[in-house]
Design a protein around this ligand. Structure first.
Ligand code: SF4
Length: 165
């Protein structure tokens, strides 16, 4: 199963044909064209910082050709807040489909949800689906959510990282 972001992904386009690098091939096989794409650090970076990941960030979180992980502390654009008991109600935009989820953490750039059922059953397709936050437990969130529409960026089973649209 290929990553849905591969068409526009700098890393994928750059490393797909680097057949002389075993490590690049391994990462492309396991993340971009394999089953690990929901764990790709490039996607997590995008949700977390609301911008594209640096070109040399590999999907495993290491900088290409090094044994160094990207230091993210100083590049964090928005503070993230872990949320307890952040129940919310979501709607698949343009449909009547609603479902409940938990807000796991949130920042001004995006939000991470834990869904009660698998996104496949809801037919949510990251890239194509937009979700509307219909309601949430106000006391659990440190600031009012001003943008109600979010775009799924990555998904790992029932956990979904979204950026505000
Ligand atoms: S898994 Fe990550 S690196 Fe690979 S195509 Fe998707 S976004 Fe790009």
């Amino acid at each position: 199963m290929s990553c849905e972001h591969s068409k526009d992904c700098v890393y994928y386009r750059t490393h797909l044909y680097k057949s002389n690098s075993r490590q690049s091939r391994f990462l492309v096989d396991s993340y971009c064209e394999g089953t690990l794409h929901s764990r790709c650090r490039r996607l997590h970076y995008k949700t977390e910082f609301c911008k594209e990941a640096p070109d040399d960030l590999a999907p495993n979180g290491y900088l290409v050709g090094t044994h160094k992980k990207l230091r993210v502390e100083n590049t964090r654009k928005f503070e993230r807040y872990k949320i307890k008991n952040g129940a919310c109600m979501l709607q698949v935009l343009g449909t009547k489909k609603t479902f409940s989820a938990w807000i796991v953490d949130i920042g001004e750039g995006g939000v991470r949800f834990e869904l009660s059922i698998h996104p496949k059953e809801l037919e949510i397709c990251p890239e194509k689906s937009l979700l509307r936050i219909l309601g949430y437990s106000i006391e659990a969130i440190p600031f009012p959510i001003t943008k109600e529409v979010v775009k799924p960026v990555w998904q790992n089973n029932q956990v979904m990282g979204c950026s505000f649209a």
